[in-house]
Design a protein around this ligand. Structure first.
Ligand SMILES: *Cc1c(COP(=O)(O)O)cnc(C)c1O
Length: 496
């Protein structure tokens, strides 16, 4: 083998090659963001009756991307980037688009992605303290800041996770551990409007569906606390152990917030773990309106938050926060194995592997640290307030459009709003069909992407969630224009 061939085989890039790779990638990433700004991509390629062709093309392209053979030889980076930024990009729902208002948008602040890139490219080990104490302290700062944002004080702690579902799982594992010594099988309570990840988490934590109580929601979509008390009493009478009440701080459907202070009171009285699922709305507590809506959340034993929702960060940025650091340690600590580097004991400099299910992992804190340090938390508060203002603006403007009404069973807590088209003399089935059509028509221009949902007392409604940092007044005005156009077509049904 010649020296030249040897070089060709090497996985290790020269400094020049590293720079060339970074430059090539920067070029494409910036190009993609420019395309978004120029309107070259719709807010979604999916579910789009007027652009069926684009949707079909997207499906075909995905089929063509399939490769069964492991690549034997290397390829030019340019070609690889062509694949990523070409066929792999132009399909599906476009989460980074400012008109993305479906589900719960994840803004994906670029600064956060760069923080993550730094963490990945220096590749320090975050499982144990001594491997990277400097970066551990920085990750702990992020956890401390999240705790402060949610109202926690001294003694609280947390663990950065890849998603809210994992944070809910860790919260329920803590609850289970706390109830471990009580005689009887544990039961979990969550409102009928709660997120499905809670039932999933309970299942993984060994609490089957037969011991998950779906507590009725009131007309305002918050948990009925009378029903909660009755369910707890019935379970105690049956010899079961009420182990956790999950309060929802922002339902996905409508942003309803359970009465968290009252749930905290019930849990205190009954000796039950109180877990708050604040994945959607948690960080809004840094705004005045959010603090009012989330009153009492700081009394929860654990809180799941999604920074990839209400803190605008890229996907994979969530956390479980606990009021008492010890509860995490009790749940996850296993006496060290001899091949692990020395584990440390003090609360202040503990190993993350003692506080969560993982050992090897990347430094996670930089995804949040870089944007928070670059801008300061006030900039985040202003951005959240802007989203709340925009949803209030939308709620005022929508009823001006003929045939449309806002559907709100409770005051607006979070930037999500439901509305529907109504007309005299139509049955529920026909109205549901028209509202599905309305949503489809609005999306067909590609300026925005919305979805429908079903509300217990209203049937099918169209749902808007404004949480992308780039969704400003101009995008909302465009949304109103597209809705007015679509409603006009519904009023002239011979066209549909
Ligand atoms: C999104 C969401 C979850 C799940 O979080 P992931 O990050 O998607 O795993 C849980 N609960 C609520 C209320 C949510 O909005």
């Amino acid at each position: 083998m010649t020296a030249g061939q040897q070089e060709e085989l090497a996985l290790n890039l020269s400094p020049q090659a590293m720079r060339a790779l970074l430059d090539a990638v920067s070029e494409r990433v910036l190009g993609f963001h420019q395309e978004l700004a120029d309107g070259a991509h719709p807010a979604s390629y999916v579910n789009d009756s007027l652009q069926t062709e684009a949707y079909e093309a997207g499906r075909k392209i995905c089929a063509e991307l399939r490769e069964d053979e492991i690549p034997r030889q290397g390829a030019e980076v340019g070609e690889l980037l062509d694949e990523l930024f070409g066929p792999a990009t132009a399909n599906g729902t476009m989460h980074p688009h400012p008109g993305f208002m479906a589900h719960v948008p994840s803004g994906g602040l670029f600064q956060g992605a760069v923080g993550d890139f730094i963490a990945r490219s220096i590749n320090r080990f975050a499982g144990v303290w001594i491997a990277a104490p400097g970066f551990q302290q920085i990750e702990r700062n992020v956890i401390r800041w999240y705790g402060r944002m949610l109202g926690y004080g001294e003694g609280s702690f947390g663990y950065l996770t890849t998603g809210g579902s994992i944070a809910n799982l860790m919260g329920l594992l803590c609850a289970r551990r706390a109830a471990e010594d009580l005689p009887g099988e544990p039961v979990v309570y969550v409102s009928s409007e709660g997120h499905y990840s809670v039932a999933k988490a309970a299942g993984i934590a060994g609490i089957p569906g037969s011991r998950i109580r779906s507590v009725a929601a009131r007309e305002d979509c918050a948990m009925d606390l009378g029903a909660l008390r009755a369910a707890i009493a019935a379970d105690r009478a049956a010899g079961l152990v009420p182990a956790a009440v999950v309060g929802t701080a922002g339902t996905t459907n409508s942003g309803a917030v359970d009465d968290l202070a009252a749930i905290a009171g019930i849990c205190r009285e009954e000796g039950i773990w109180f877990h708050a699922d604040a994945c959607f709305g948690g960080f809004f507590r840094i705004t005045e309106r959010g603090r009012a809506a989330l009153r009492g959340i700081e009394e929860a034993d654990s809180i799941a938050v999604d920074a990839h929702k209400s803190l605008f960060l890229p996907h994979g940025s969530s956390a479980l926060l606990v009021k008492d650091q010890e509860s995490l340690r009790r749940t996850f600590e296993i006496p060290g194995a001899s091949y692990l580097p020395g584990l440390v004991e003090e609360d202040e400099i503990g190993d993350f592997c003692t506080y969560g299910p993982e050992l090897s992992r990347e430094i996670r804190g930089l995804t949040a640290w870089l944007p928070l340090k670059m801008h300061g938390v006030d900039a985040f508060e202003a951005c959240m307030d802007e989203k709340l203002d925009l949803i209030e603006y939308l709620a005022r403007e929508l009823p001006r459009i003929d045939g449309l009404e806002v559907v709100a069973d409770h005051p607006l807590h979070l930037p999500v709003l439901n509305f529907k088209f109504t007309a005299e003399g139509l049955g529920q089935g026909e109205l549901d069909r028209l509202n599905a059509k309305l949503c489809e028509l609005v999306c067909s221009h590609g300026n925005v992407y919305l979805t429908t949902t079903e509300l217990p007392r209203h049937g099918m409604v169209v749902r808007v969630c404004i949480l992308h940092p780039r969704t400003g007044r101009a995008v909302v005005d465009q949304l109103l224009k597209d809705i007015a156009w679509a409603a006009g077509r519904l009023r002239a049904p011979e066209e549909i």
